[in-house]
Design a protein around this ligand. Structure first.
Ligand SMILES: Nc1ncnc2c1ncn2[C@@H]1O[C@H](COP(=O)(O)OP(=O)(O)OP(=O)(O)O)[C@@H](O)[C@H]1O
Ligand SMILES: [Mg+2]
Length: 469
């Protein structure tokens, strides 16, 4: 097997893994949707039943509480309506008196008031007739009760059918997904075996960097004229960890960040990134706009959302850059696209739900609290299945409660979205709370690397970062 064939297997496996996570995570959402539909249908049946019974009660002339209330309400509205009409009439009479002879005006308006009263009485009578009790109330009441039982029985039967259908459909879907998941598991396992066996037949593409490492900086150096902003910095970021880079003002944190995202070209040193299980690639060789293709996404220090779009649409737009259907497919809105849109919509809703943002889905960013917007930015990065999320001072501008919420969110993302997080941060609290590994730098040089506890206890770090003697 050659390198090309093996690469195809690896990318096939990655696609299968994506599919696999998709099936597993989106089943609950789909079931939820079905349940909502069911509840709506049942609600509709209930309403229908109430209307039918009410109409029956009116036709049969039965006194029922809610009809009494309805009648009283209508009568009151009627009184109000005619009192307004009466007022209007009086006013136009006053106006007429200024221009015309008094007896003439009186005559005309007496007539008008008479007509008005007559039509009021007519309307009242109509109302009374509509709600008039029957001569055979007892008899009607029995029929009404029977009718009610009958309707209830029908309703119950209909509800049962709906619920049975729902249960069956959920069961079927769950079964189908379960089989699909099992099938995918099997396929992935087979591919893994195939890949492992074939790996040895091609040259090593990993620079000898082991599987666990997602990102390696080796002697990274960035010089601005006479200033060494980053000085032979080396460290590893492991797959699946939350990694924090800290340091005092001007230490070079942002510069490291900008080198990684290829905003700057480093003066010297290497940045290795594990592209897939086969290959490690050098970020040095990439350009800014290609970085995202490697699954590296960043958030900006300032919130950058599209203000004219709802939160949900902001997420969908992010997915758009990743649509599988081609350009022409999107133009003619093929079935494939419709399905894809549904998938992305479900995905966006799932992400919003996970990040506690579901209630904002239709809201617009303008006017939402800063902490919420920060979380929306994080949500948006998840739409493109990132492998490495780089956060530029995510806690900047947040209050304590918001920072705490952010810690939770970051951890949740790492745990549930199978991703690695690299953050540059001033806020010591957040770093110590959320990071697995912390690297402290000063004047572009590494001071120490370790667990938050180790870093906090480190003498060099305390001297440099906390200004202790
Ligand atoms: N584009 C640039 N041109 C010249 N000097 C720069 C440039 N960017 C950064 N520097 C310098 O490099 C050093 C490191 O800056 P950097 O912004 O990386 O620090 P930082 O650790 O992010 O600091 P802060 O905590 O204040 O954000 C500083 O002395 C800075 O003045
Ligand atoms: Mg900075």
């Amino acid at each position: 097997m050659n390198k090309f064939m093996l690469e195809r297997l690896v990318s096939k496996k990655e696609k299968l893994i994506q599919k696999y996570t998709f099936y597993k995570t989106f089943l609950p959402i789909s079931i939820n949707e079905k349940e909502e539909k069911l509840n709506k249908k049942i609600e509709y049946l209930q309403k229908n039943k109430e209307l039918t019974l009410k109409q029956y009660a009116i036709n049969a002339g039965i006194k029922v509480d809610y009809l009494e209330a309805e009648k009283a309400n209508k009568l009151q509205k009627l009184e109000e309506k005619y009192s307004l009409k009466n007022k209007a009439l009086k006013q136009s009479k006053l106006r007429a008196l200024k221009k015309q002879d008094e007896t003439e005006v009186n005559k005309i308006f007496d007539e008008k008031i008479k007509t008005l009263l007559a039509s009021k009485e007519a309307e009242k009578e109509k109302l009374n007739n509509y709600y008039a009790p029957s001569d055979h109330i007892d008899e009607s009441l029995t029929v009404y009760k029977e009718k009610e039982t009958e309707i209830n029985t029908i309703l119950e039967a209909k509800e049962k059918v709906l619920k049975d259908n729902y249960n069956q459909s959920v069961k079927k879907q769950t079964e189908r997904v379960k089989n699909k998941v099992k099938d995918l598991e099997q396929k992935i396992e087979n591919l893994t075996k195939q890949i492992d066996k074939a790996k040895s037949s091609i040259e090593d593409l990993t620079y000898g960097i082991n599987d666990e490492v997602l990102l390696r900086l080796k002697d990274l150096t960035m010089r601005f004229g006479g200033l060494l902003a980053v000085d032979k910095l080396s460290f590893d970021v492991k797959k699946g960890e939350i990694f924090g880079l800290i340091g005092p003002n001007g230490a070079g944190k942002t510069t490291v960040f900008n080198c990684l995202t290829k905003f700057y070209n480093p003066t010297a040193g290497e940045m290795y990134y594990r592209k897939n299980e086969l290959e490690v690639t050098k970020l040095n060789d990439y350009q800014v706009h290609n970085i995202v293709k490697l699954g590296i996404v960043r958030t900006f220090q300032n919130v950058e959302l599209i203000w004219e779009l709802s939160i949900l649409d902001n997420l969908l737009v992010a997915a758009h850059t990743n649509y599988q259907t081609g350009f022409f497919g999107q133009l003619i809105h093929t079935r494939g696209l419709a399905r894809e849109e549904k998938v992305y919509r479900n995905k966006a809703l799932k992400i919003l739900k996970d990040l506690n943002l579901l209630q904002y889905q239709y809201a617009y960013p303008l006017g939402l609290p800063y902490g919420i917007l920060k979380r929306v930015e994080l949500a948006r990065t998840l739409m493109t299945n990132p492998r490495l999320i780089i956060l530029d001072e995510p806690a900047a501008g947040l209050n304590d409660a918001e920072t705490e919420e952010l810690s939770k969110t970051i951890r949740k993302i790492r745990d549930e979205y199978n991703t690695t997080i690299f953050l540059v941060e001033h806020d010591m609290g957040l770093v110590m709370d959320v990071c697995d590994t912390v690297c402290a730098i000063s004047f572009g040089k590494k001071l120490a690397i370790g667990t938050p506890k180790e870093i906090q206890a480190n003498k060099l770090v305390r001297e440099a970062y906390l200004g202790e003697e």
